[in-house]
Ligand binder design. Sequence first.
Ligand code: DGY
Length: 321
Amino acid sequence: MSRPKVYVPNAIPDEAYRILAEHCDIRYRDTEDPVPDDEVLAGVRDADGLVIYSRVKVNQAVLDAAPRLRVVSNIAVGYDNLDIPALTRRGIVATNTPGVLTETTADLAFALLMAIARRVVEADRYVKSGRWDGWRPSLMVGRDVYGATIGVVGMGRIGQAVARRARGFDMRILYHNRSRNPQAEEALGAEYRPLDDLLREADFVVLLTPLTPETTRLIGARELALMKPDAYLINAARGPVVDESALIEALREGRIAGAALDVYEQEPVAPDNPLLQMDNVVTLPHIGSATKATRIAMAVTAARNMVTALAGEVPPNAVNP
Ligand code: DGY
């Protein structure tokens, strides 16, 4: 029996490559550089499987170019880059990599929170600029994280992992989620709030929802206006969960204290985006899951998902069962 063909348009760790190579013939593009759309279309022409990072979009045009495609394995927990209804209509299995990146992404979300609260990035820039002329009582004063109120929007795996960290800081934990999470309430002392109430009460609003039609622009001008003027917005989810123009406006007018962002409406973020000029905004380049061990674990999980699905079995992380 001939081996299935898998297209892998970006470099993946050797550990994952080996798993795929054992079972499949691989068309491999050994670079992290973005894949031009026409290369994706050519690459999927005879592919049974596609292993991708979330930067590659799988839309109707890609599906039309891929008559044999049976499995799409996303090396990410989020899968808003996949047109799931279109894949499902074609009977194509889609998979993601939940679990293996939970703690790593929660670490980064909490790092964003700490960094914006204590002005870590701003202070670093200040020292390196050579302007520091000695200790002053009012220099780079921030706000306390210990004992503050955190509002977690999206109490899934990563939301709960962030809440566990917040407990260590004796924070009051509020959460909002599609449905209530009794386990988080009991184990973490988290209190459920309707979104508007959470926004009114939290000192740190941390966004950790997947990007879906329901969460697109979940936080707009109205929601930002509900936040306290000394509260911070942290987005470690997906850029389009926030209306970025409304956020820029709210920051310009001092309606919230600051923001810490790992994700943007457009990625890479444009160099002239006003957010990049604001001292009270921390900007990271979408690195929530970026540790060596986690990136390997994600790719290995994706490779296993692919091999299992191509063998006709239900993969552990199918998102359209
Ligand atoms: C994820 O796993 O969803 C990360 O954000 C990478 O896209």
